[in-house]
Design a protein around this ligand. Structure first.
Ligand code: NAD
Ligand code: MG
Length: 286
């Protein structure tokens, strides 16, 4: 659980880990791996920081090699690879924009070349720009949400699928906002709802191939996305993150990682097209 969060802002998106006060925790020191992902090979978009880094470190502790695709936060990516390697696994950092099909093709090719295959894809890279007024959203801002949050999930999945065999898993990071809505995040919420549709339809398409597709719908989590998106609009909103949830606090990334392990591993072998709600107790439909 994060300590008290002071008001703060990061003036650039994607945000970075080192500017966060307090720093986030991505895996608990007492999380014990038990080989649930032994020998598996994973690719995680946005795996350099936040929820993606939590998934990466939990996968590595469970025995997987992990590649991360990220936009430009080289320092965060380097640190994540260092932490993956400290678990005794292979790590690979790939910088590139998921809004480009060829970049996604190349990221998958690099992963397959480095690890000798691919079994787990986590679509997680995302942007979020705050606006209380739909009439103030520019074409560029609207399209950037779609290009990264929806098209990026499509491009990376299309590139990965030829390499995935029966027993493989795809996990999409959606959001509680897809279910509850958010009046200041219409563009973002639209993309998170689309990701749910993507998850459910693709799960049906791939069920007979033995490839499972599920989603995680996080509530408020202490990641660089928060100070970088809410901060410039209202630094106090960052400090208040999660206070309106039943648990009265936001989550730390380390509280999300185990959900990704569950959906990536054979523990969830009879689960597809579903959503795990890791959100501090908000009760929502679906
Ligand atoms: P984060 O900033 O740590 O991660 C987002 C990552 O996306 C960045 O690390 C960045 O490298 C990557 N990214 C952004 N644009 C990209 C692009 N064009 N190409 C490649 N990579 C790009 O923040 P996070 O909160 O861990 O976000 C991860 C996911 O979780 C996002 O999909 C977000 O919508 C979702 N989510 C977050 C919360 C939360 O409260 N933090 C809640 C619900 C859902
Ligand atoms: Mg990042």
């Amino acid at each position: 659980m994060p300590a008290e969060i002071p008001p703060q802002s990061q003036d650039h998106q994607p945000g970075v880990e080192k500017l966060m006060r307090p720093l986030a925790e991505h895996i608990r020191p007492d999380y014990r791996g038990s080989g649930k992902l032994a020998g598996r090979k994973a690719l995680i978009s946005g795996g350099d920081s936040g929820i993606g880094r939590a998934a990466a470190l939990h996968f590595a502790r469970e025995g997987a090699d992990v590649a991360i695709l990220y936009l430009e936060e080289h320092e965060d990516a380097k640190e994540t690879v260092r932490l993956i390697e400290a678990e005794g696994r292979k790590g690979l950092a790939i910088a590139g924009d998921v809004a480009s099909g060829p970049v996604c093709d190349d990221a998958v090719a690099q992963t397959v070349k480095a690890f000798g295959g691919l079994d787990i894809l986590v679509n997680n890279a995302g942007v979020q720009y705050v606006s209380d007024d739909l009439t103030k959203i520019s074409d560029e801002e609207w399209r950037r949400h779609m290009d990264v949050n929806i098209n990026g999930y499509f491009y990376l999945t299309r590139a990965a699928l030829p390499h995935l065999d029966a027993g493989s898993a795809i996990i999409c990071t959606s959001s509680v906002n897809a279910f509850a809505g958010n009046k200041s995040l219409v563009a973002y919420t639209t993309t998170k709802g689309a990701e749910m549709g993507f998850t459910r339809a693709l799960a049906l398409q791939l069920a007979e191939k033995g490839i499972r597709v599920n989603a995680v719908a996080p509530g408020p989590v202490w990641t660089p996305l928060q100070p970088a998106s809410w901060g410039p609009v209202d630094p106090q909103a960052v400090a208040d993150l999660g206070k309106d949830t039943p648990m009265g606090r936001c989550g730390d990334p380390c509280e999300l990682g185990p959900a990704y392990v569950y959906l990536a591993s054979q523990d969830s072998s009879y689960v597809t097209g579903q959503t795990l709600h890791v959100n501090g107790g908000m009760i929502i439909n679906g």
